[in-house]
Design a protein around this ligand. Structure first.
Ligand code: DGL
Length: 275
């Protein structure tokens, strides 16, 4: 069975992994998170360009994936070229779904909800210029939502103020009364889609990249139909991820040690983590 490595700074990439798993094909799915550096959305471009390619090269050396999904808009929009140069496997990046959002908007006003880094990236400006030049695009950057999604997966309450702030930032902005599609351009945010929808002043389409990324993976690997196998999950700061272990184990993951990522790790590996 071919093996795919899905990577993010934290649990956000699980929204992408789940879309791949839902496609009903025989793939093995590994997950790695650079939680020692979470949140990426508050890191500088230069820091991310230096760290993420080197970390992915170390992960590739240990886990030998047939394909790597960089399930992180914040890393993809700044470092995709550097990542592709650093690893041998094909790389699928996740970038803001501006094109489908623009195509599906009836009012011509779309929202872009992403990390503070992604909303200000030149890559994002280019996507808007290319696919949404005739649309009003309301951008809102939030790292509080990243923390809220992490908390949700640890089984904790979602920070209502983070949700309210994002909803106000989008719908309360100039022209926000016409908003009908919001591009969820951070992989953490689909994990909060129900919370966002419930707090929104009216129904709108919350669009994420998961299904499109799953299609791209299938196109590149042509896996046989079958049951995907979720395999292992590793963290660069396993001690800080402890609160997530039971959620991940319930989803079928074995907690794994990423020995090759040791130079990137903040803390020693916990007892019981396997290689
Ligand atoms: N999940 C990541 C993304 O898609 C970023 C979260 C973070 O700030 O670390 O942008």
């Amino acid at each position: 069975m071919r093996r795919v490595l899905v990577f993010d700074s934290g649990v956000g990439g699980l929204s992408v992994l789940e879309a791949i798993a839902a496609s009903g094909v025989a793939l093995e799915l590994d997950y790695a998170a650079d939680n020692a550096w979470l949140p990426y959305g508050l890191k500088s471009d230069a820091e991310l360009r230096a760290r993420v390619p080197a970390l992915l090269a170390a992960l590739e050396a240990q886990w030998a994936p047939a394909l790597i999904v960089v399930a992180c808009n914040t890393a993809s929009t700044i470092a995709l070229d550097a990542i592709r140069a650093a690893v041998a496997a094909p790389v699928v990046g996740v970038v803001p779904p501006i094109k489908p959002a623009a195509a599906q908007s009836k009012t011509g006003t779309i929202g872009l909800l992403a990390t503070p880094a992604t909303v200000r990236r030149a890559y994002t400006d280019d996507l808007i210029a290319q696919f949404a030049a005739d649309k009003r695009v309301i951008r809102f950057g939030s790292s509080a939502l990243v923390a809220a999604a992490e908390a949700k997966l640890r089984g904790e309450a979602v920070d209502a103020s983070a949700i309210t702030e994002a909803i106000t930032g989008l719908f309360g902005a100039e022209g926000g009364d016409a908003l009908d599609v919001v591009a969820l351009a951070c992989t953490h945010f689909p994990l909060l889609a129900a919370d966002l929808a419930a707090a929104a002043p009216r129904p709108c389409l919350w669009l994420d990249s998961g299904a499109a990324i799953a299609r791209r993976v299938l196109q590149l690997l042509s896996p046989a139909p079958g049951a995907p196998r979720v395999r292992r999950a590793g963290f660069t700061d396993p001690a800080a991820a402890h609160g997530l272990f039971s959620t991940l184990q319930q989803r079928g993951f074995a907690m794994a040690r990423i020995a090759a990522a040791a130079p990137f790790s903040a803390d020693p590996l916990p007892d019981g983590a396997s290689a």
